[in-house]
Each structure stands twice: as C-alpha cells, then as structure tokens.
Design a protein around this ligand. Structure first.
Ligand SMILES: [Zn+2]
Length: 310
C-alpha cells in the first residue's frame, strides 16, 4: 500500500515507548529532545507499581505522574501497558483504566500487552496464526496461560478492552518501514474480534542499540524514498540515557537527522486513524495475509529468542 501522507509529507514516523524500566531520570531527556524537534509520539504507562522483576515508574507516583501530564500537555499520546507489571486481576484492571481516565482525561486508545502479565489479550502463542502458534508453543513451553480474552479467567478484561481500546500492537519486524512488512494495518482479525478492535505492527527498536541500528541514516533515507511508515517500538528506559543523565549521542544524531526530513511526525493513534480512513482494502485481515506476515515475523522472532536471548 502506498499512501499519500498529509501536507505532502514524504513518509510517516512515530514511536511507541514501552514503559518498562522508565523513570523520570532515564526517560525525560529523550522526550526533551523529541519535543524540541517537534516529534510527537506515544508513551505507554502503568497505573500501579510493579509486582514482579520489572522496574519503572507509574501514575501512582507523583513525580512520574507530573512527567506524564507534561507529555500529555505537549500533545504526546498516553497509552496503556496494563494496570502494572505482574499479577493484576479484573477488578484492578478496570479500576486502573478509570484512574487512567481521571488523571489523563481520556481512556487509552492504544494498548500494548506486557511481557508475562497473564492479563495479556490474545498473547503468547495466540499472537500467531495456525500452524505457527502450535510450533511456537512447542518451542517456548513456559506454561504461561495468558487469558485477558478468556471470560472464565480472573484476568479477563476483554470486554473493557473492546470498549475503550481501538488499537493493539502485535507483530514486530526488524525493518524500519513497518508498512512494507504490514501493508494492511490497521485491521481486525476474525479470530480476535470478540474482545479487540484493530491491530497494528511495529518495527523493533527494543533498546538504544537496536533503535540506533534500526534508524541509521541510510535506513531513514530508504524509508523516505519508499514513502513508508515507521512505527518504532522501543523502551526509552533501556540505555538511551546514561547514569549521569546524559542522552546517547548516537540516538541524538539519528533523531536529529530524522527530524530534518519532510516527514509526518504524529502519535501512533493519529497515524493509525489516518491509515484506517484512507484504507481501500477490507478492514479484516485475510487468513492468507495473516499467515504470510506471521511467517516472516515468526522466523525473525524465533531467531532473536534463540540467539539474542530477548
Ligand atoms: Zn513491557
């Protein structure tokens, strides 16, 4: 799909920032730069403190909440990463969305499932189509039963998710042009329709090194030539700022180069809304296209899990 972007922009660019490990100290310098350069993106948040090995701030912490409200006031999108990291059941998840709305002023339009949280919606092997989901389950038998969409589970919140959340992230690719690997997004999936709305893909910029190698100047040039769209998925809490509070020089250079381009910089939901409005094709992903996209993602993912210990 070759889209025409608003205001004659050559390509679209956004970032979805996973809140794992994020603190005001290690993340705000990243956003100071993005704001200075006019690059508005999407920041996910937790509402409650972590209950497992993951660290990172949340809306229950005053300083962190002030930081998130500053982002909101500067037109960054605030999105959901679950109630928190660890064990959160239905009632707490529902309450967390109400708190999100009270603090932020809107319900999250975008959600990303978090790591091993059992409230993950269509998570684990359910991310993949057949037969890949079976192979994935056999390869990574971790025994986790994700059940955010299972009405009999104490982790069920699919009905609330369907009501509030428009977009959920699923597939991840290693190429900067997300749209080249997923030309159908955003789409509905018949198998997941009961408790979700639209799905989208992302490009892997997991930590500062992965992000910088995804965003080399030649990659940015190619993205521009292809008129594509990059939805970079990253953890700004993972190495972008050092222990002295200094922003990575490489990241700064890459982002400054990106900002010099004639690109449409907007939060993820805004770009997805635009793509949805201008979508000519069916809003459902076909089984064949689902399998084709999964096959590429699967190979990339298994490779990374086995050899890069992600
Ligand atoms: Zn996470």
């Amino acid at each position: 799909m070759r889209l025409t972007w608003p205001d004659n922009k050559k390509f679209a660019f956004t970032i979805v920032d996973d809140t794992d490990m994020s603190t005001v100290f290690n993340t705000k310098p990243v956003y100071d730069l993005l704001l200075n350069l006019g690059i508005r993106t999407t920041k996910t948040v937790w509402i409650y403190p972590s209950r497992d090995k993951f660290t990172g701030g949340c809306l229950s912490d005053n300083d962190y909440m002030t930081f998130i409200l500053w982002l909101r006031d500067n037109d960054f999108e605030i999105a959901f990463h679950g109630a928190g990291s660890g064990d959160f059941k239905r009632q707490e998840i529902i309450l967390s969305l109400e708190i999100f709305n009270q603090i932020i002023g809107y319900y999250p339009k975008l959600h990303v499932n978090h790591a091993n949280n059992l409230d993950g919606i269509y998570w684990g092997q359910k991310r993949f189509s057949l037969p890949l989901k079976i192979i994935y389950k056999l390869l990574f038998l971790n025994g986790l039963k994700f059940s955010g969409e299972n009405i009999d589970s104490s982790y069920f919140w699919g009905d609330i998710c369907k009501h509030h959340v428009k977009y959920i992230r699923n597939r991840i690719y290693t190429n900067i042009n997300t749209l080249k690997y997923d030309p159908y997004m955003p789409y509905k999936e018949v198998e997941k329709e009961l408790y979700s709305n639209y799905w989208f893909s992302s490009s892997d910029g997991y930590d500062v090194n992965t992000f910088c190698s995804l965003m080399k100047t030649e990659d940015i040039d190619r993205l521009s030539e292809e008129g594509g769209c990059c939805i970079a998925y990253t953890h700004f809490g993972s190495g972008f700022v050092d222990e002295y509070g200094k922003l990575s020089q490489k990241f700064k250079e890459n982002i400054e180069y990106l900002s010099s381009k004639n690109a449409w910089f907007a939060p993820a939901s805004e770009i997805l809304d635009y793509m949805l409005e201008n979508k000519g094709s069916d809003e459902y992903l076909s089984a064949l296209n689902s399998f084709k996209m999964d096959a590429i993602w699967f190979v990339e993912r298994v490779y990374r899990k086995l050899f890069m210990k992600e």
